[in-house]
Ligand binder design. Structure first.
Ligand SMILES: Nc1ncnc2c1ncn2[C@@H]1O[C@H](COP(=O)(O)OP(=O)(O)O)[C@@H](O)[C@H]1O
Ligand SMILES: [Mg+2]
Length: 275
């Protein structure tokens, strides 16, 4: 069974793309077959992961959404900057695709699910990076997913702003995708010592009900890894932020019964000894 995890929050800058990239890298390192699907017109995940510029890629998520399923093989790029992570690019064209879906398709939220259907069973895990909106692209991502993670910027007093809309949207998508399961909120840029972080944590626990037990700290390594087009693991495997993403990948691999977890477990032990 392929597990499909959407990383969604219509608030920009809360850590969606960073979560997708580093979870993908950790899953791939443990020997899992991983695909990233970039549904954001800003294509940040593609810019990080891909060896091509999104504007030069003939078949991105945009073309895939609007075309027949035959285009799928040509949309998948396996040779990317992070070894073992496949990519379906995002591009600016996704904005246009979103408008066309709305006008021309009988079930506009279900196109991605249909287009990815042939991949079920071929990958262990597919991670979908969502755009910062609650419109059709996010609906398509949620309708195609088995699970959703909601990153929340806990260092921002506005981190929970709009959360009721997002939860309502997830519930609405369950009408067409009843199996969609909320894995939980993921607190990003979290610092226990800051009052704002503790307040956001309490609000997230109350409003969302489900918090992942991992906290991602603020780290300059995150931007450095993006600039170097690499994973946190390759940049600095012993940084706290790297260890937290590794722990998150390990937790999800166990919870979702993804195949290979041995490498991840080994690393956590090694790091335990080091610190
Ligand atoms: N844990 C972190 N520590 C420091 N900076 C971070 C962290 N997570 C994300 N960032 C930075 O914050 C910005 C937004 O993160 P990103 O993952 O692109 O969010 P989104 O995809 O939700 O818009 C980026 O510049 C990213 O490098
Ligand atoms: Mg993003």
């Amino acid at each position: 069974m392929t597990q499909v995890i959407a990383v969604a929050n219509h608030k920009g800058g809360c850590g969606k793309t960073t979560t997708v990239i580093n979870l993908a890298a950790e899953f791939a390192r443990s020997g899992l077959n991983v695909l990233v699907v970039d549904m954001d017109p800003q294509a940040n995940a593609s810019l990080h992961l891909g060896k091509k510029h999104p504007s030069e890629v003939p078949i991105t998520c945009a073309e895939l959404l609007l075309s027949e399923v035959e285009k799928l093989p040509a949309a998948i790029y396996e040779d990317n900057h992070i070894p073992g992570v496949g990519l379906i690019y995002g591009s600016l064209q996704l904005g246009k695709a979103e408008d066309e879906l709305k006008d021309d398709t009988p079930r506009p939220s279900e196109e991605l699910r249909q287009k990815l259907a042939p991949l079920m069973g071929l990958y262990d895990v597919i991670l979908i990076d969502c755009p910062p909106s609650l419109k059709l692209l996010t609906s398509n991502a949620l309708a195609a997913s088995t699970h959703v993670i909601i990153p929340i910027e806990s260092g921002s007093q506005y981190g929970m702003y709009g959360m009721t809309d997002l939860l309502r949207h997830v519930n609405r998508i369950r009408r067409i995708n009843p199996q969609l399961e909320l894995l939980g909120a993921l607190l990003v840029k979290h610092d226990e010592r800051q009052t704002v972080c503790r307040l956001i944590e309490a609000a997230a626990r109350e409003q969302i009900g489900k918090l992942l037990p991992i906290r991602i700290p603020t780290s300059t390594r995150v931007n450095q890894a993006a600039m170097a087009q690499t994973s946190l693991h390759s940049l600095d495997r012993s940084a706290k932020v790297t260890r937290e993403f590794r722990a998150l990948a390990q937790l999800l691999a166990q919870q979702l019964q993804l195949r290979a977890t041995s490498q991840l477990e080994e690393d956590v032990e090694i790091n335990g000894e080091e610190s």
